[in-house]
Design a protein around this ligand. Structure first.
Ligand SMILES: [Cu+2]
Length: 466
């Protein structure tokens, strides 16, 4: 547990590191100006104005790093630094990232491009595609390393440090690298179709004690914040598309567990993995793609169904925000009066509602400062009982080409929304087999003398393994 004293000590250390790591002006003079982003909004695609043309991606709640062309080489400048990332409105986490955000900016190049990455390590030894100690010395605070190479094959890659990896990844140091295919004018790639919208996001996870802001870095599996690009519902931007757009979504997993990513209303093809585009003969329609640890999956679909479609991880605990995992199951117990009285004495006291976790919102319990509500989204029909890895794909006929702005909630045509049945309900026909010797496929050989009521109990002793 992060005690208050530890937490304050940690925050002090961060501040000290920032001021100590002043960048040498002389060393930076020949480098491209580093671009810093302070907002967590989804930025419009960065259309290339130099170099080979390509169809740019849109990074969910993120941005693409501008480059400088220098003698035919694309130069990027990354700065590793402590950042404040707003994970959802009003909830700010103290992470480590690049150029002002976690994840860092997306880097986009074209196959065959000669690129140069200026890596400025401000805090701790870092590496990029170079394993510290194995391929190169660590980058000390205040020093810059230059990486030069040719982007050889098209695809979606991830960058992250390979030094003190457990700590630096738990703190949010990661980002996307996209190499677009090199095509002659008018030519088509045999395996990479052109799309109208191309989104990307990373799956990441943090363990931030309610009321604090710094992730616990020793957590192995039991994280309490499951995020996309270090954002949690309702803070994750919707994926806005035009009706009949060809849509691509690239999902990379840098957490320590798998995430079955599930799309409502449409079927997609998995058209790419970390190894490159998938052969056409292996593609089949899916509505869920399991993205294993360290993997990337590229999903293509035709947005041919208007509406607001849920898009989320299918692990139910990954669509919730910071929850205490040690709360008892209180289904069937009306304890709201008692809970309110205890809350007067212990403000942070929290229990599960008698009809499930969603009751907690109506119990109006005070939350510690800087805590994301467990489930906090407000939809057009009421509260959305979700958190974590959850967003919405908004498909609209009126959306203009290239417009990513939020069109608001979908206006359902009359008669197309589920409604309450108000007629007379027939008596439920109870299971006819109740009176028979056995309710199974065959009569039981020996019935117990007395009916036994089973007490259901969830296994105690932690939530590891999910
Ligand atoms: Cu998940």
């Amino acid at each position: 547990m992060v005690s208050r004293r530890n937490f304050i000590g940690g925050a002090g250390a961060v501040t000290a590191a920032v001021s100590a790591a002043a960048v040498s002006k002389v060393a930076m003079a020949a480098l491209p100006e580093p671009v810093i982003q302070t907002r967590p909004d989804t930025m419009p695609p960065l259309v290339p104005n130099t170099g080979r043309p390509y169809n740019p991606v849109v990074t969910l709640n993120g941005w693409t790093l501008p480059w400088r062309m220098n003698n035919g080489i694309k130069e990027f400048h990354l700065i590793a630094e402590p950042v404040v990332r707003e994970m959802s409105p009003g909830f700010k986490a103290h992470l480590w990232g690049y150029n002002g955000q976690s994840p860092g900016p997306t880097i986009e190049v074209v196959e065959g491009d000669r690129t140069s990455i200026h890596w400025h390590g401000q805090r701790l030894p870092n590496g990029m595609d170079g394993v510290t100690g194995l391929n190169q010395p660590g980058i000390p605070p205040g020093k810059t390393y230059v990486y030069e190479f040719v982007a050889r094959r098209p695809g979606t890659f991830m960058y992250h440090p390979h030094a003190d990896e457990m700590v630096q990844m738990a703190m949010g140091m990661m980002g996307f690298w996209i190499t677009h295919p090199k095509l002659e004018k008018g030519a088509k790639h045999p395996l990479i179709d052109e799309v109208d919208r191309d989104f990307c996001f990373l799956l990441n996870a943090y363990d931030i004690e309610p009321g604090s802001a710094t992730p616990k870095i020793m957590t192995m599996l039991d994280f309490n914040l499951w995020s996309w690009n270090s954002r949690i519902f309702p803070g994750i931007a919707p994926l806005v598309v035009r009706h009949m757009d060809k849509v691509r979504i690239r999902v990379g997993n840098l957490t320590m567990t798998n995430h079955p990513i599930h799309l409502h209303g449409h079927e997609f093809l998995i058209t790419g993995t970390d190894g490159g585009p998938t052969p056409k003969s292996t593609r089949q329609y899916e509505v869920t793609a399991d993205v294993a640890v360290g993997q990337m999956r590229q999903l293509d679909f035709l947005a041919d169904e208007e509406g607001d479609w849920a898009f989320h991880c299918h692990k139910s605990h990954h669509t919730m925000n910071a929850m205490g995992h040690d709360v008892p199951t209180m289904i069937g117990v009306d304890h709201r009066g008692v809970a309110r009285q205890i809350t007067n004495l212990i403000p942070d006291y929290m229990v599960m509602g008698e009809r499930g976790m969603k009751d907690m919102t109506e119990m109006e319990m005070p939350l510690p400062d800087n805590t994301a509500a467990m489930m906090a989204g407000q939809g057009p029909f009421g509260a959305v009982g979700m958190g974590g890895m959850f967003s919405v794909v908004k498909v609209r006929k009126e959306q203009k080409r290239g417009d990513y702005s939020d069109p608001g909630w979908y206006q359902h045509p009359p008669g197309t929304v589920a409604y309450e049945f108000t007629g007379a309900l027939p008596d439920p026909a109870r299971f006819k087999a109740d009176a028979s010797p056995g309710a199974g496929a065959m009569p039981a050989m020996a019935k117990p003398a007395k009916d036994i009521e089973v007490r259901v109990r969830k296994p105690a002793g932690g939530h590891a393994g999910h």
